[in-house]
Write a protein that binds this ligand. Structure first.
Ligand code: DP6
Length: 365
């Protein structure tokens, strides 16, 4: 096949990846666990132009027109294509890439996770490798993060996903559910590969995203990973993580949001505590971020009694995790919170798929 289109989703981390030994290779200093989303997606078409041709890279925001991608963004895509073409042994090949997101890029919604996951799947498909059928999820996860966007390693797998740290021994203990691939998946060492903890159908969780800021974040995650270890709180977080990881795995296994929720919130606050106390410090929050956090606590108060819990990535926006059945009410109430520009409704999803494939083809089964 010389042309292929793939879609891949963003993901929201329950346990955050924050701190990398080598940011450019996305070698994480800690394990993370995430939920793959469904609607926040990147769609990427890759066409083989031929030997010796220059890559052409096009980008469109939302439904807007395609234009040539420039600067750091185009450079990262070129770097990623070089990695993928090195892996397939076709280094001289020129490709035409056209990519768009279904959600605002660079707003703490993990557009690089979905973007690099979609780019990986579409490129390998265009080169004839049938990535969702013939490449194991673990291998795909390893290939997806090579641009330096570590969270892309989790976006190629559907459902609930765990990604080890560099040097970790295979899978975390108590890691229930399907493993999503061959026996090597989840093996840590020097090439940490993500693996599925449970498929999407296991737990009907929604992610209602309160968007309070739409521009690109001021400090990249890459820079945040680099500075993380300068925070005096970083080492303490590492000490707390094994217990938290175990709690999240158990909460997923038992579909226990009352157990998951407090861990989600503690993780998000600590990620930002570390960012704010790094040297130099990084402030991602906006005043509206605090307003949404207060609103989420009110959603849980007796009277309303909704099962809604907040988490944030490296940005000002707040992801509110709740059961499918409560998402409409949570969304309506968040929309009425001061500073919320819009609300995106998403849910647990099944992972990447090829376009035109009626079976979906995600790595969720
Ligand atoms: C805070 O290096 O994957 O979202 O390339 O910007 O998507 P991007 O970031 P990446 O780090 C993600 C950090 C995080 C937490 C997480 O997703 O685990």
């Amino acid at each position: 096949m010389s042309r292929a289109t793939a879609e891949a989703p963003a993901n929201i981390a329950f346990i955050k990846y924050w701190g990398a030994r080598e940011g450019s290779r996305a070698l994480p200093l800690n394990r993370s666990i995430s939920m793959t989303l469904e609607s926040c997606r990147s769609t990427t078409t890759v066409e083989v132009l031929g030997d010796g041709r220059r890559h052409e890279i096009l980008y469109a925001d939302g439904d807007g027109p395609f234009g040539a991608a420039a600067g750091r963004f185009a450079e990262r895509i070129r770097g990623h294509l070089a990695e993928l073409l090195g892996w397939t042994g076709e280094a001289g090949l020129g490709l035409r890439v056209a990519t768009r997101n279904s959600f605002p890029a660079g707003a703490g919604l993990a557009s690089s996770a979905s973007g690099f996951a979609a780019l990986t799947v579409a490129t390998l498909a265009a080169l004839g490798h049938r990535p969702l059928e013939r490449i194991s999820p673990g291998e795909l996860s390893s290939l997806a993060r090579r641009s330096g966007s570590g969270s892309a390693a989790r976006s190629v797998i559907g459902g609930f996903v765990e990604w080890p740290a560099e040097g970790d021994e295979s899978k975390g203990e108590g890691n229930g559910g399907g493993d999503g691939g061959d026996g090597n998946d989840g093996g840590g060492t020097d090439d940490p590969r993500a693996a599925q903890v449970a498929p999407a159908g296991h737990w009907e969780l929604a992610d209602v995203i309160a968007v309070v800021e739409e521009g690109p974040k001021r400090v990249s995650s890459l820079e945040g990973h680099r500075r993380a270890t300068t925070s005096p709180h970083y080492a303490r977080r590492l000490e707390l993580l094994p217990e938290r990881l175990a709690a999240v795995r158990r909460a997923i296994r038992e579909r226990d949001l009352a157990r998951l929720g407090p861990v989600l919130e503690a993780e998000a606050i600590e990620l930002h505590l570390i960012a704010m106390s790094s040297r130099p410090p990084i402030f991602y929050w906006q005043p509206a971020t605090l307003a949404v956090l207060a609103a989420v606590r009110e959603l849980r108060a007796p009277g309303l009694g909704l099962d809604a819990w907040a988490t944030m990535d490296a940005g000002a926006n707040v992801h509110v995790i709740c059961p499918f059945g409560q998402a409409s009410e949570v969304a309506a109430r968040l929309l009425r919170t001061a500073g919320v520009r819009r609300v995106l409704r998403d849910r647990v999803g099944t992972g990447p798929r090829m376009h035109g494939d009626p079976e979906g083809g995600g790595a969720d089964a």
